[in-house]
Ligand binder design. Structure first.
Ligand SMILES: NC(=O)c1ccc[n+]([C@@H]2O[C@H](COP(=O)([O-])OP(=O)(O)OC[C@H]3O[C@@H](n4cnc5c(N)ncnc54)[C@H](O)[C@@H]3O)[C@@H](O)[C@H]2O)c1
Length: 302
């Protein structure tokens, strides 16, 4: 993939997946604006990109408000234009519902949902002015598609991000700006906190062995570079016809998430009553209820 001449912004690019996205986009030829709330980490990534012959600028600061979003676009303009935005910055504040504070809720919604909104809005304004299309790549999560224990704030924000991708895909189609949500899974500081995976990831790291095949295929969990391949594809001209999609990637797995739709429908002439719903539910539209929540990882017996 050749991204030379293109300019990309990646938020939360100081480590983990964001760093891999920034480095892969730069390796493919794009100039990259590296953002992170951790200024040192962002500077290090930009330095590494430049050391490998790429072009990079740093915008340190916390994604959330419009001021930072405007700074990201201004930094891209220093390279002459803006073609690609990857909204990746994120945090976790996991608690069960009855223990989740207002602060836990607001902090996660602010970075993920509001941050995606403010950055995408600033980028869309710039891309529409440019008139040569563009790419908005929004980072979601399996938690947003399914719900996840302890992740009220995160699941809500990540589900909202997919809803925004589908909305913006409609709104920006005429401007040739594609908008897709990516549903990644990869070994990072974030996934290391999942108890079922922690010992396996530590073992692989300690011994320098690759992740086991069941982890890469069944759980779709691999390296950050595995996910970066999809970001480069979505940033490229090759993905011009792809918009409004939620695309999963991790390890050896690439997947298209379905759009929610009515799975079972029944009609009652003149409308339903609580009694007629109760009488028909189990054999009617409720006959095959949907699952909810991310299934627990199936770790094979040693
Ligand atoms: N790792 C996974 O398997 C996984 C799965 C689903 C979704 N995701 C999503 O992918 C993204 C990256 O995850 P990761 O695993 O690399 O996480 P990470 O914690 O390793 O990295 C996140 C980066 O974002 C930065 N950051 C946090 N808040 C910020 C803010 N307000 N402004 C700018 N930067 C900020 C952090 O400093 C850090 O460098 C997140 O949006 C996460 O929700 C990750």
């Amino acid at each position: 993939m050749d991204l030379s001449g293109k300019v990309a912004v990646v938020t939360g690019a100081g480590r983990g997946l964001g760093r891999a996205y920034a480095e892969a986009l730069a390796a493919a030829g794009a100039a990259v604006v590296v953002n992170d709330v951790n200024a040192e980490a962002a500077a290090e990534v930009a330095g590494a990109i430049r050391a490998s012959g790429g072009r990079a600028a740093v915008v340190a600061g916390a994604v959330g408000g419009s001021e930072l979003a405007d700074r990201l676009v201004a930094a891209a303009e220093e390279f002459g234009r803006l073609d690609v935005l990857v909204t990746n910055a994120g945090i976790l504040r996991d608690r069960v519902l009855w223990k989740m504070s207002d602060e836990d809720f607001d902090a996660v919604v602010d970075v993920h949902l509001r941050g995606t909104f403010t950055c995408a809005r600033a980028a869309a304004v710039r891309m529409r002015e440019q008139g040569t299309g563009g790419r908005l790549i929004l980072i979601s999560s399996p938690a947003g598609q399914r719900g996840n224990f302890g992740q009220t704030n995160y699941a809500a924000a990540k589900a909202g991000i997919v809803a925004m991708a589908r909305t913006w895909a409609m709104e920006l189609a005429r401007a040739d700006i594609t908008v897709n949500a990516v549903v990644p899974v990869a070994a990072t500081e974030m996934t290391r906190t999942i108890p079922a995976f922690a010992p396996i990831l530590e073992e692989a790291e300690r011994t320098g062995t690759p992740f086991p095949e069941w982890l890469r295929k069944d759980e779709g969990l691999g390296t950050v570079e595995d996910v970066a391949a999809l970001i480069v594809y979505l940033a490229s001209d090759a993905s011009a016809g792809v918009t409004g999609q939620a695309i999963g990637i991790g390890g050896d797995r690439l997947a298209l998430w379905s759009h929610p739709s009515e799975k079972a429908v029944a009609f009652a002439d003149g409308g339903w009553t609580a009694d007629t719903i109760a009488a028909s539910w189990e054999k009617g539209v409720g006959a095959e209820p949907e699952t909810y929540g991310i299934p627990a990882p199936r770790v094979p017996e040693a």
